[in-house]
Design a protein. Structure first.
Length: 66
């Protein structure tokens, strides 16, 4: 978040959310707990900084997060 805060961007595109991790959650990148923690942090950042956040997640044919 420090890098995002310093950039003062109008919008951020996060492609793919499943490869980002958070120290606040357990599990590996792409796990439900990690994706949820990253998404929550990004939403909070977007609201606090008035930055538009676009998060992309890839789903495989079985409906699972890729």
């Amino acid at each position: 978040m420090k890098t995002l805060s310093q950039s003062k961007s109008d919008f951020v595109v996060l492609d793919s959310i499943s490869v980002i991790t958070s120290d606040e959650a357990t599990g590996s990148a792409g796990s439900i707990s990690q994706v949820k923690a990253v998404a929550e942090a990004m939403v909070e950042f977007g609201k606090n900084s008035q930055t538009t956040i676009i998060m992309i997640g890839h789903v495989n044919k079985d409906g699972n997060l890729a």
